[in-house]
Design a protein around this ligand. Structure first.
Ligand code: URA
Length: 231
C-alpha cells in the first residue's frame, strides 16, 4: 500500500486533499514526515494531522461512549447537539455512527463505529444482542409491576409484544432490565404499560461490554469489537 492509499482509506478527503496533506508534511511514516505519496508503507505505521488533530491510521473505528443526557444520536440532530460532536472530526469524516440509538434523555453506554457490518451484527433483531438498562422509576415499584414486566407486553403500534430477558429489582425505585430488542422508546413504554414511569434511564451494558465506572459522561474510548461479543 502506498502512503497516498493509506491516507485515502482514512476518510481524510479526496485524492487531491490527501496529496496536499502529504505535501504539507502532515503525513508521517514511523514518526517522520514523508513527502512521497507513492512511498510503500505499513499502514499501521502511518500517522497524520487532520484539522490539526494527530491521528493514527486505523483499519476501522469502534468506540464506546458514555452518552451524556441532552445529546441526540443522530448525525442531523433536530433540537440538541449530536453525540458525534463529542468526537474528533476525523471520526465524523470517516462516517462513524452510533450503533442503535439512545433517547436524548437517556445516558449510558453507546457504541459507535464506521464498520457497517458490525452495526448490522449488533442491531439486527435476529442477533438478539442483550442490552441492560438501569431504570429509576417515578413511583415505587410493586410486585404486580415486576411480575408484569416478566410477561409479554403489548405496546401500542407494535405488531408483536415485547418481553424482557431479565428483570432484577434493586430497590423500591430501581431495577435492572435486560431486553434484546430496540423498539422505539421501548423501556419507557414497557414501564408505562405496567403502570409506572421512567424517571431516569441509563444503559449499563451491551452484549458483554459494560459501561466502565471510570468513563465519565461525555467521554469515550476505543474498544475491541470482540469485547462486545465475548462471553
Ligand atoms: N428504551 C428507551 O425507552 N429509551 C432508550 O433510550 C433506550 C431504550
Amino acid at each position: 500500500m502506498t502512503l497516498l492509499q493509506a491516507l485515502q482509506s482514512q476518510g481524510v478527503g479526496s485524492r487531491k486533499q490527501c496529496l496536499a496533506l502529504i505535501e504539507r508534511g502532515h503525513a508521517l511514516v514511523d514518526g517522520v514526515p514523508c513527502l512521497l505519496p507513492k512511498q510503500q508503507v505499513v499502514p499501521e505505521q502511518v500517522c497524520f494531522y487532520f484539522d490539526d488533530e494527530f491521528c493514527i491510521w486505523q483499519d476501522r473505528i469502534v468506540i464506546m461512549m458514555h452518552k451524556p443526557l441532552g445529546y441526540e444520536c443522530s448525525a442531523k440532530p433536530q433540537y440538541h447537539p449530536s453525540v458525534l460532536d463529542l468526537l474528533p472530526s476525523i471520526y465524523r469524516a470517516r462516517g462513524v455512527q452510533p450503533v442503535g440509538r439512545l433517547d436524548v434523555d437517556t445516558s449510558g453506554l453507546l457504541l459507535l463505529t464506521d464498520d457497517g457490518q458490525l452495526i448490522h451484527q449488533l442491531t439486527h433483531p435476529k442477533r438478539h444482542v442483550p442490552k441492560t438498562y438501569r431504570v429509576t422509576t417515578v413511583d415505587p415499584l410493586d410486585e404486580t409491576q415486576i411480575k408484569a414486566l416478566w410477561q409479554e407486553i403489548a405496546l401500542n403500534d407494535e405488531p408483536k409484544p415485547v418481553k424482557a430477558i431479565s428483570v432484577q429489582q434493586e430497590n423500591d425505585y430501581e431495577l435492572l432490565l435486560v431486553i434484546d430488542e430496540g423498539r422505539y422508546h421501548q423501556v419507557r413504554r414497557m414501564l408505562a404499560a405496567v403502570g409506572n414511569r421512567v424517571d431516569k434511564l441509563v444503559r449499563v451494558q451491551m452484549g458483554a461490554l459494560r459501561l466502565p465506572d471510570d468513563l465519565p459522561a461525555g467521554q469515550w474510548r476505543a474498544v475491541e469489537a470482540c469485547a462486545i461479543f465475548a462471553i
